[in-house]
Design a protein around this ligand. Structure first.
Ligand code: PLP
Length: 534
């Protein structure tokens, strides 16, 4: 493909993308295909001779698009959102156009320096303490591919710090702490590093957040057994219910334990810190006071196309020294000058501090090499997406997106609270509501307030089966309105209770989409109750 062919194909691609977005709300959210549909439609080998871009792009329209579940659809309420925006897409194109692996500063100085700048912009946007800023010279952040990568490298840093401070502790005595609500990234990290983990229990009466006494009791028990817990992966905004661990209790306790690391996974909820009114419920003050590392996924609810998981560390040396593997072929003059360390002791005027930081780096010839902050050597030019998005939306546009989603999530929660056939299972968390279908009091209609107690005692298993069936009918479109009653939501299990989650997060969602989701739920739920109750 030559430059002129690329120009034409590129214009055509943008046209098609625009048409896709213009028709998005008329498409079904869920892909309407059966397993194996694509495998059987594609040849078993790559073509011997190259094909024209028109043919390839047509196949995208006819073969790939039907198999896409539309996460940008205004009625997408499942999982957590995975925002894509036009500025983010353009940034991806520009980043691809200069593809380079960016692992050392000199591989492409712009990749490294832009990342340092936008990580500090993002830290400022979220209200993170200046000790997490790159410009502090001690802390700093890097963009990882996922919250799972972020947790993995945070635990690697935690282990390095602990074992350097306690060289006599055998590695097999180490333990990672999670809660039963920690995302599966916790157990995966433990599996990858071959370190045992302990999932601390949480209680429904604490809205599934981890409390301080659980941590202290477990720590004492493990120490008495000769084990060495060295890190807690705490969560702000858990996947199942949006629970926020009690960092005001956990934070001070972690400081009582020797060289114990606190990592905070705020993958979904962290972007809400951009709005000062959500900082207290997300325990930002405690993150700033106690966390050693903190992760926020801008690629979830933060308007940046996948992938952009921002990870901040209070002292980056623990990570960069643990992962600094520098064979001769990776070394260069700039990297060899050594790591610069200076404390956070100059002007608090943010932009000039960062400029000053780079001025000093330039003077002494040393640089940040982001390969020491991650598992892989090569890395994508992700910072350009964050840069485009933050500049294009501005802080106000970013805040408007978050506030709109929380407002619509609250609308759904309030609608549901007026119904007698549903109960809200945990307190609403930002734009997430977790609920389940119940058997209402005899005589109550679906729009009356929820009953104080169920009319007939009903066992947990029956209620669970009822909710699994409701979820099935919504997903399959087997409600009274068929395809029109399809709704893509995710299920979860909270201490044995099967629940359904609805989270608002897509950029195009409006009030009408939330109202429609509620109407479908009521319709399908009522028919189901009629089917199962005599
Ligand atoms: N942490 C939380 C709280 C999540 O909800 C999720 C995914 O939904 C993750 C981590 C995993 O994120 P990633 O896919 O970036 O690893």
């Amino acid at each position: 493909m030559d430059i002129e062919e690329f120009r034409k194909a590129g214009y055509r691609a943008v046209d098609r993308i625009c048409d896709y977005y213009a028709s998005l709300s008329e498409r079904p959210v869920l892909a309407q295909v059966k397993p194996g549909y694509l495998t059987s439609a594609l040849p078993h080998e790559a073509p011997q001779k190259g094909e024209s871009m028109d043919v390839i792009a047509n196949d995208f329209q006819t073969l790939i698009l039907p198999g896409i579940t539309h996460w940008q659809h205004p009625s997408f309420f499942a999982y957590f959102p995975s925002n894509a925006t036009f500025p983010g897409m353009l940034a991806d194109i520009y980043a691809s156009s200069v593809t380079n692996p960016g692992f050392n500063w000199m591989c492409s100085p712009a990749c490294t320096e832009l990342e340092s700048v936008v990580m500090d912009w993002a830290a400022n946007l979220l209200g993170l303490s200046s000790s997490f800023h790159v410009a502090s010279g001690v802390g700093g952040g890097a963009i990882q591919s996922s919250a799972s990568d972020s947790a993995l490298v945070a635990v690697i840093a935690a282990r390095a710090r602990f074992l350097i401070a306690h060289p006599d502790v055998p590695a097999e005595k180490l333990v990672i702490y999670l809660s039963t609500q920690t995302h599966s990234l916790g157990t995966k990290t433990a599996a990858i590093l071959n370190i045992p983990f302990r999932a601390l229990p949480v209680m429904p009466e604490d809205a599934f957040s981890l409390r301080g006494d659980r941590l202290r009791d477990a720590y004492e028990e493990d120490r008495n057994a000769g084990k060495w817990p060295f890190v807690l992966i705490a969560t702000v905004g858990s996947t199942s219910s949006g629970a926020v661990d009690a960092l005001e209790e956990l934070g001070p306790i972690t400081k009582d334990f020797p060289d114990f690391w606190l990592h905070v996974d705020a993958a979904w909820a962290g972007v809400s810190f951009s709005c000062p009114e959500y900082r207290e419920q997300g325990r930002l003050k405690e993150i700033n006071a106690f966390a050693d590392s903190c992760c926020v996924n801008f690629h979830k609810w933060g308007l940046v196309n996948f992938d952009a998981s921002t990870l901040w560390l209070r002292d980056r040396r623990h990570l960069t020294e643990a992962l600094d593997v520098s064979p001769y072929y990776l070394r260069n003059k700039h990297s060899d000058e050594g790591t610069l360390q200076f404390r956070d002791n100059f002007s608090s005027d943010f932009p000039s501090r960062l400029q000053f930081f780079y001025y000093i780096l330039e003077l002494i010839g040393t640089v940040i090499d982001y390969r020491h902050w991650q598992v892989a050597l090569g890395r994508r030019f992700r910072s350009i997406k964050l840069w485009f998005v933050l500049r294009s939306y501005g802080v106000e546009g970013f805040q408007n997106h978050i506030r709109k989603c929380v407002r619509l999530g609250t609308l759904f929660h309030d609608l549901l609270s007026t119904s007698s056939i549903f109960e809200v299972v945990t307190p609403r968390s930002l734009a997430l509501t977790v609920f389940r279908l119940i058997i209402p009091d005899a005589g109550a209609d679906a729009s009356s307030p929820p009953p104080a107690s169920l009319a007939r005692p009903i066992d947990l298993q029956t209620l669970n089966e009822l909710n699994m069936e409701l979820h099935h009918r919504l997903t399959e479109g087997s409600g009274p309105g068929g395809e029109d009653d399809k709704l893509f939501l995710t299920r979860t299990d909270l201490n044995g209770k099967v629940c359904i989650r609805l989270v608002v997060g897509a950029e195009r969602t409006q009030e009408e989409h939330v109202q429609r989701a509620f109407d479908i739920l009521c319709k399908v739920g009522k028919v189901l109750l009629n089917d199962v109750t005599p």
